[in-house]
Design a binder for this molecule. Structure first.
Ligand SMILES: NC(=O)c1ccc[n+]([C@@H]2O[C@H](COP(=O)([O-])OP(=O)(O)OC[C@H]3O[C@@H](n4cnc5c(N)ncnc54)[C@H](O)[C@@H]3O)[C@@H](O)[C@H]2O)c1
Ligand SMILES: [Zn+2]
Length: 397
């Protein structure tokens, strides 16, 4: 075809890619009699011995001293099908791993030097922070190796570990670098939850409240009924909480029509504009779940003042969080810049920038439903903070 200078040629490119990955719930994952991990690594029935690199969260290695020898024995038992590319590597757990870009660089170097290919596995065992950092490294080498996540915290099992994102912090911003990269599989072993500190045990419950409040009134009632059990570390109540929360998250990723967040809305980020800012303001002394609990309390108060929640519903939300052992307030909320404005308010614009496009914040509309708003005014945040301070002081008495 010949074209004049003015003619424009256009070929429309369109294709879709199908992703699928199983999320298992199990106990005693590395017991040699549990062949789940071996089966998962062999699930595509390829005629090869699968090589894997294993990264273990230092908090997990500390609480489970037998885990490294256990992993070695496991791979030896199933040596016909699976092989360790190197001895499992212990990586610092917690937000430090996401704050240290050298860690990711080192992992990528290891993966490359050990000649893992795109059909080899990177197995990440740990909390949400380690999963995010290892997932990021695995997504970059050769443009993506197969990632198997073994989340070991409540928040990891019901949220961070089961979705399609990874990332690390940079330039003072949370998750400033990262990618969308669905895992090959997720293996949730409930036994890991037994060794969590109370803070990390209950932190995941905040995310459960989050999805319940905006999506599932029945689940909210379950959480309300079991708030004392959760506080008292009932393993069965937490297993049910983790499972139901994971199901809602997975439903959302599958059914929302926007798994890779191309739009400006992120409905599951109820309470998160303030949460992300608070985490940074606290130098990550406030964990993600606790920050989300405070962020949800602020946004629930705003929802109440806009007539979206009744006072009774607001009380049920912050009262249940409190009985679980989750906060509604932090003194950092009162920190002001030199011009007198609340520092936390910077979280609104940072949240918008992270998503792109128009500011979109999800607020509850009654319990079990939600609505998107495109404006959050400083006065309603000021009011919420005043209310939450007083509420939190009153209940200390
Ligand atoms: N990718 C996503 O979609 C997504 C979603 C939500 C949260 N996140 C991220 O997840 C991170 C928070 O994850 P988290 O709440 O799991 O905390 P975390 O990863 O910071 O872990 C908390 C602490 O518990 C320790 N630990 C982990 N498992 C343990 C166990 N079984 N026993 C004893 N100690 C253990 C860790 O070493 C760490 O010190 C944040 O960085 C957040 O941004 C990511
Ligand atoms: Zn979250």
């Amino acid at each position: 075809m010949t074209m004049t200078a003015q003619m424009k040629a256009k070929i429309n490119q369109f294709f879709s890619v199908c992703f699928d990955y199983p999320v298992y719930f199990t106990h005693d994952l590395f017991n040699v009699s549990n062949h789940l991990l071996k089966d998962v690594l062999s699930r595509l029935q390829e005629a090869r011995r699968h090589r894997a690199m294993v990264y273990v969260d230092s908090g997990v290695a500390h609480a489970w001293p037998q885990i490294i020898p256990g992993i070695r024995s496991y791979f030896e038992r199933y040596a016909d099908d699976i092989a360790l590319a190197a001895s499992p590597v212990i990586i610092p757990g917690g937000e430090v791993v996401k704050d240290d870009q050298d860690q990711v660089w080192r992992m990528m170097g290891d993966i490359s030097r050990l000649r893992l290919d795109r059909q080899s596995y990177v197995i990440a065992i740990g909390g949400g922070a380690l999963l995010d950092a290892v997932g990021f490294a695995a997504a970059l080498v050769h443009r993506g190796l197969r990632l198997v996540r073994v989340p070991t915290t409540t928040l990891g099992q019901n949220d961070a570990g089961i979705g399609v994102k990874n990332g690390i912090n940079a330039w003072g911003q949370k998750n400033a670098l990262g990618s969308f990269a669905p895992p090959f599989a997720v293996l949730n072993d409930y036994d890991f939850l037994t060794t969590l500190s109370f803070e990390h045990w209950i932190g995941g419950a905040a995310e459960a409240f989050k999805v319940a409040i905006i999506k599932d009134a029945d689940f909210f009632n379950y959480l309300k009924e079991h708030r004392t059990d959760l506080n008292h570390r009932s393993q069965s109540a937490m297993e049910e909480t983790v499972y139901r929360c994971a199901m809602l998250h997975l439903d959302h990723i599958r059914g929302s029509g926007d798994p890779f967040e191309f739009g400006s809305a992120r409905p599951l980020d109820f309470g998160h504009w303030a949460a992300h800012k608070l985490e940074i303001m606290s130098g990550y002394q406030i964990g993600h779940g606790h920050a989300v609990s405070i962020g949800m309390s602020i946004d629930s108060h705003t929802a109440m003042s806009q007539g979206l929640l009744t006072q009774e519903e607001l009380k049920q939300i912050i009262g249940s969080l409190r009985i679980c052992g989750l906060p509604a307030w932090s003194p950092l909320l009162e920190r002001r810049r030199t011009d007198g404005t609340l520092e936390i308010l910077e979280g609104i614009e940072q949240f918008r920038e992270h998503l792109g496009g128009r500011l979109t914040i999800t607020l509850p509309r009654g319990i079990g439903n939600c609505v998107e708003v495109h404006h959050m005014d400083a006065e309603s945040v000021e009011n919420a903070i005043r209310f939450l301070k007083k509420y939190s002081a009153d209940i200390q008495i």
